[in-house]
Design a protein around this ligand. Sequence first.
Ligand SMILES: Nc1ncnc2c1ncn2[C@@H]1O[C@H](COP(=O)(O)OP(=O)(O)O)[C@@H](O)[C@H]1O
Ligand SMILES: [Mg+2]
Length: 340
Amino acid sequence: MSASAPDLPADVLLDVRDLAVAYRNGRGEEVRIVDGVSFQVRRGEAFGLAGESGCGKTTTALALLGLLPTSLYRPTGEILLNAADGLVSIHKRTERGMQQVRWAKVSMVFQGAMNALDPVMRVSNQIGEAIRLHEPGIDRRGVEERIAELFGYVGIAAARSRQYPHEFSGGMRQRVMIALALACKPELVIGDEPTTALDVMMQAQILQLLEDLRRDLGLSLILITHDLSVLAETCDRVAIMYAGEIAEIGTVRDLYAKPEHPYTQRLLAAFPAVGGPRQLAPAIGGVPPDPADQPTGCRFAPRCHRVQDICAAQAPALRALDDERAARCHFAPWPTGSTT
Ligand SMILES: Nc1ncnc2c1ncn2[C@@H]1O[C@H](COP(=O)(O)OP(=O)(O)O)[C@@H](O)[C@H]1O
Ligand SMILES: [Mg+2]
């Protein structure tokens, strides 16, 4: 493995450059479901990926893990992981090579924990398998100690590791999934809607747990959700995706204080802060475009409450507004006080 690429700063853990993912539809056309996505995740940072269902969040996450079946999908662009022991180019890895990266450097907590855990296998065996895969020399005692440590991290009594997945409640199962994700000491954990199936109390606990673990273990975290109030509490920076593209990216503080893309403006109105005033939010009318039939101009134009003539005619670029912020809107930055 080579040393850090000269243009990748040491504090950057993940560099996604112009990522696109296409599949071939029934008519043999290539349809892009992720289109020109670029972002960086810094070491120790919590990065949020948000947007309505169908905008390409899960596809992006699966591309980061090299989990998109090559028979169906064609990913292009570059994904660089600046791992502690060298730079990894995800797209250039073979499936065998990716097995050394998955779990050990990048791991994922899926939405439905029940689907990711094998129902007929004790939890300890599933976690043990992941550990042994990456540390073939480890003995039984070592595995047991690691599992006890992992259960300690996620706040479950170590003895319960001998139980089967169905013996855990939804929230507990998601803790088990987090323990599994941490089993091989990854540098980056991706949570894809990790709390969506849980009730509000449990959601808050799991988010707090992820935040504590990130701080205590020095992890980087990518948190994927359609719920912007979740990201506000947890993340440092966030990218808002729409129709396969990044519509806006910035620090949580700036972006929530003055959203520059009309889509972000409407999304934020739809998810008032927990405990904040609950007004009736203006809905975003319509639905996202069919990936096989994107509008020629701005992809959000058909639903935009601030649409102008230029929007349907010309696709806006993702333009940098300052060091941290970029927005894909012809009219950004909007005058102060006009961004709702
Ligand atoms: N093999 C496929 N064939 C057709 N459409 C697909 C395929 N895979 C993904 N899609 C579509 O790609 C879009 C992005 O999906 P996804 O990444 O799951 O979005 P999100 O996680 O943001 O909800 C969706 O519109 C989905 O229906
Ligand atoms: Mg998804």
